[in-house]
Design a protein around this ligand. Structure first.
Ligand code: ADP
Length: 707
């Protein structure tokens, strides 16, 4: 009886709670759907209109204040905004302002230009509605475009503020200076370097962003808009120089050279320098507006054995050990002959880098290497950007013809031999005849269709690959009969921030960081190989983790400044505070760190047997976390080559005139590439590809009848 009563009571209580919830929800819905005519506020009834510069021209906001002093209606007009971007954002922004009864609302993230203009214009209109006045700024005289003078605009780029200073006459942008020291070297830095010329040529901010560097490009254009607005410009009167496809008139051209190299990453630039030094004429095709590819992103160093740096520093190492380490790291499916050639030629490659002014004297341990073998720049900077800068300088010094924005589309074949390349420039279709072609187009990490074709399980996985790394060389080679090897071997990197695809360098864990899951618990030895740590992360709830470190670690590692300035870190003065920010149970995270710090003191990790990266504990506030998950990092498979870098067909026979080097090639790294071997690969095989292509050219010339 007692039980029956309690049950009845509980049912009644649940019913009451449900009824309350339903009536509350109902009230909320009614409130949302009602008009804002009766909104209360302190504005003066009437319609107030103001203007601000958007992306393409003025954006006008008309605010209607109702009888009770609240915002009753918001009308936004911006006919020059990009329809799918700013245009689509305007109705959303009108709703936000109405709901907030204020101009202080969050912008629409994909449409920052338009959002800022709408907010600025709405704020001005509301100032008028509050009885205030608005300073409309200077107005150009007569039919001038600008009030002459020098103006500076500032906007947030990828790594920090970007400033644009323009000197204007009444009708002309006479000079421009772009400052953005914090932008990524050899990516955003190219936009800082190059966009000024485009802006001067176009006399307008309406130009295309630099492909692959859109965040920095847009920051520059926002800062420029700001500067021009200060000068009273009406942006809708400035010309639109964005390429629309229909506006381009295409022409054709035929060129001739000894060797065409496709792709100006590490392998392609190494090959171009060596072939030019050997006296051959070279055309280096690069589909992006800048060189570097994935090479720019290499952070660690270059593996090499028996180098003069190792000898000078008393480090014992052998070519044989390098081969064994690479085979073991690659699960022994690598092509041992290719690995042997890479190891045997690695010391000479280091000497060659010395000779072009790119020494790598700092030798240390890295994952998978028995001895200290990874060679890095003296000042601790990332090896990729450092080498790309040196390669670019050398190409300039040698006067190599680098054709930017020119995409190779097809290999030309005559009598079974490759005799040139078809390529598409911005406005010209090229036929480039050559005696030899070197493929150096990199991997296919940024071609989702290819990734899914070979590894359906990786669908939707973010990639750390540069935008140009889309497998073009592999596809072109297959068209002319090339064989592929290990094409499904794709390396995941375990620490990639997913919203920016930014790779958190292994050094963060190497210097002592730990990984925890959403429960605040460690789940692996953080320094196992990339494939194992990635798999462990994927097995966690949500398939992600947090990398946790402290101020001491930040102080010792330059790379972290970039993560902080990009805004991907969260930080707090206590571990509990950090836990709250990442929605982890504070007590559990505190316990995990206390345990870890004890393991570091004891030099013993009973949980997961970690043995390295335990020199310092994590005890110095503030504490930091970055949310990470695995990302596609390196495609280890690709075209099959022999040790002379000749591309082989399905019978194992060389395709005459066709060579390949770098990430486009398969077989060097097997099933797992160890850190430091990508750079060894591109320098060693880039050089060999040049030597082989040069020898082939000489053979061809001797065969040709004298003119
Ligand atoms: P690797 O490490 O093998 O040298 P990278 O990724 O550093 O490779 O560089 C490859 C380069 O090739 C990139 O700069 C990329 O933009 C370029 N590239 C890729 N496909 C083409 C193509 N079809 N035509 C011209 N350049 C290309």
């Amino acid at each position: 009886m007692k039980n029956a009563n309690r049950k009845a009571l509980i049912i009644r209580a649940v019913f009451l709670i449900l009824a309350c919830a339903i009536s509350l929800l109902g009230a909320k819905w009614v409130e949302k759907s009602q008009s804002h005519d009766d909104a209360e506020g302190s504005f003066i009834p009437g319609v107030y209109t103001a203007e601000a510069n958007g992306f393409g021209g003025p954006v006008t906001v008309a605010v209607t204040i109702g009888d009770k002093g609240g915002i009753a209606d918001v009308d936004i007009q911006g006919p020059a905004e990009t329809p799918d971007v700013g245009g689509a954002a305007m109705p959303l922004l009108a709703k936000k302002i109405l709901n907030a009864q204020s101009a202080d609302v969050d912008g629409v993230s994909s449409a920052t230009f338009t959002s800022n203009a709408v907010k600025e214009a709405a704020a001005k209109a509301l100032t008028l509605a509050a009885g205030g006045t608005v300073d409309e700024g200077p107005k150009p005289e007569g039919d001038d475009l600008f009030v002459p003078g020098t103006y500076t605009g500032v906007s947030k780029g990828f790594g920090g503020d970007v400033a644009v200073t323009v000197t204007l006459s009444g009708k002309e942008i006479q000079d421009i200076r772009i400052e953005g020291d914090h932008e990524t070297e050899n990516i955003g830095s190219f936009a800082v370097e190059m966009l000024g010329a485009d802006i001067l040529a176009a006399q307008s901010p309406k130009i295309d962003a630099l492909t692959g560097a859109t965040v920095t490009s847009n920051a520059i254009l926002r800062a420029l808009n700001d500067a021009l607005t200060q000068a009273g410009a009406d942006l809708s009167k400035l010309p639109d120089a964005r390429q629309t496809g229909e506006s381009v008139v295409r022409t054709s051209e035929t060129l001739e050279t000894d060797i065409v190299i496709i792709g100006a990453g590490g392998a392609g630039m190494t090959a171009a320098i060596n072939a030019t030094q050997a006296g051959k004429t070279v055309i280096l095709l690069e589909k992006m507006p800048y060189v570097g590819g994935n090479t720019t992103k290499a952070t660690g160093g270059m593996n090499a054995a028996e180098t003069h740096y190792q000898k000078e520093q008393g480090i014992e190492d052998t070519v044989e050990q390098f081969v064994e380490d690479t085979m073991k790291g690659g699960h022994n499916i690598n092509d041992r002959d290719l690995v042997t050639v890479m190891a045997e030629n690695s010391a000479e490659a280091i000497d060659w880098l010395d000779s072009i002014g790119a020494p790598l004297p700092k030798v240390s341990f890295s994952g998978g290497a028995t001895n200290k073998r990874i060679h890095a720049p003296e000042d601790g900077s990332g090896v990729g950007a450092y080498l790309v800068t040196a390669f670019r300088r050398t190409l300039d010094d040698l006067g190599v013809n680098v054709m930017y924005n020119t995409k190779a589309t097809e290999l030309m074949v005559e009598d079974g031999a490759v005799v040139g390349v078809k390529a598409e420039g911005k406005t010209v279709d090229y036929t480039i005849r050559a005696q030899a072609v070197i493929l150096a187009t990199g991997g296919f990490g940024n071609n989702e269709d290819m990734i899914v074709q070979y590894r359906p399980d990786l669908k939707g996985t973010v990639t750390t690959s540069a935008p140009g790394i889309t497998g073009d060389g592999i596809l072109m080679a297959v068209e002319v009969g090339a064989d592929l090897v290990d094409i499904d071997q794709i390396q995941l990197h375990p620490t990639v921030e997913q919203s920016t695809s930014m790779l958190i360098t292994e050094s963060v864990r190497g210097d002592g960081a730990i990984l925890v899951n959403q429960e605040g618990k460690r789940f692996t030895n953080e320094l196992l190989t990339r494939d194992v740590v990635s798999a462990a992360e994927l097995a966690q709830p949500g398939s992600y983790a947090y990398i946790i470190f402290d101020q001491h670690l930040r102080d010792g590692l330059k790379a972290i400044e970039k993560y902080v300035s990009t805004g991907i870190t969260v930080q707090a003065d206590t571990i509990e505070g950090l836990a709250k920010l990442i929605d982890v149970d504070p007590a559990t995270l505190a316990e995990t760190l206390a345990n870890w710090n004890k393991y570091v003191a004891d030099k013993n990790d009973p949980d997961f047997g970690r043995e390295s990266g335990m020199d310092a504990d994590l005890s110095q506030a503030p504490y930091y976390a970055i949310k990470i998950a695995p990302g596609i990092h390196h495609t280890m498979g690709g075209v099959r080559i022999n040790t002379a870098t000749q591309v082989l067909d399905a019978n194992g026979d060389p395709i005459p005139g066709l060579y390949a080097a770098g990430e486009v090639v398969g077989g060097v790294h097997g099933g797992n590439r160890i850190g430091g071997n990508a750079v060894a690969d591109i320098v060693v095989f880039g050089k060999i590809a040049a030597e082989s292509a040069v020898a082939w050219c000489q053979e061809q010339s001797q065969l040709q009848p004298a003119a």
